[in-house]
Design a protein around this ligand. Structure first.
Ligand code: 5RP
Length: 224
């Protein structure tokens, strides 16, 4: 059973005519975007999509989903996205696909946020998935040294050519291998005030609904 496809198709059912829809990024969100594309084509669903990465923009354009940027809409009705890890309080880590900045911006203006995951992403605490931090290249080595000194186990994310990966905004990603994040709010506040840090992957108190796929079927949680 393809769990990512299952949750992607389920989440697309939440979309109704005339909605402005945030379209997430990643291998799970991929199936949701494909299904919305199918509904646009076969059911004449009329929506405006707001994408969270160049990759999703490419896919949505190929499917004929009408798009606007976040600056061209007054709000977003629903955003559907994947997540890398979700804790017991329904806080999440995102950014495994390096799209955390646009994902957090679009999520911030969304009336409802749905995360689609398989059950392996559910965890007691955050931190077993390395926390992505998006940083501007200038000063990034200073940040690596600072994170090292603070025992945050930073690793600069590298592409297949051995070069630092570049986000859609031409920034770098530093992954913090923390194992367990005791106080996500404190870590989030500390990271947010560091010059050169653009965004990080802790998404606190944001998700409304989580759709979890397992071999036993689908489970939907109302988080808030
Ligand atoms: C991209 C993300 C993705 O939503 C997250 O990495 C989950 O991806 P996948 O569905 O491929 O496991 O945050 O920045």
């Amino acid at each position: 059973m393809n769990l990512k496809k299952m949750v992607g198709i389920e989440a697309a059912k939440y979309i109704q005519n005339d909605m402005i829809v945030g379209l997430g990024t990643g291998s799970t969100a991929y199936y949701m975007v494909e299904e919305i594309g199918r509904r646009v084509r076969e059911e004449n669903l009329t929506i405006i999509g707001v994408t969270t990465s160049s990759k999703t923009t490419e896919q949505a354009k190929r499917l004929g989903i009408p798009l606007k940027s976040i600056d061209e809409v007054s709000h977003v009705d629903i955003t559907i996205d994947g997540a890398d890890e979700i804790d017991e309080k329904y806080n999440g880590i995102k950014g495994g696909g390096a799209a955390l900045l646009f994902e957090k911006i679009v999520a911030s203006y969304s009336n409802k946020i749905i995360w689609i995951v398989d059950e392996s992403k559910m965890s007691r605490y955050l931190g077993s998935f390395p926390l992505p931090v998006e940083v501007i290249p200038y000063g990034s080595h200073q940040l690596l040294t600072l994170f090292e000194k603070k025992n945050l186990h930073p690793v600069l994310r590298i592409d297949s050519d051995g070069q630092p990966i570049k986000t859609d905004c031409h920034n770098f990603i530093i992954d913090l291998h923390l194992e367990k994040i005791e106080k996500p709010a404190e870590l989030s506040a500390w990271l947010n005030q560091l010059p050169g840090v653009v965004e990080h992957g802790i998404f606190e108190n944001m998700v409304s609904t989580i759709i979890i796929g397992s071999n036993d079927g689908l489970k939907t949680i109302q988080a808030r």
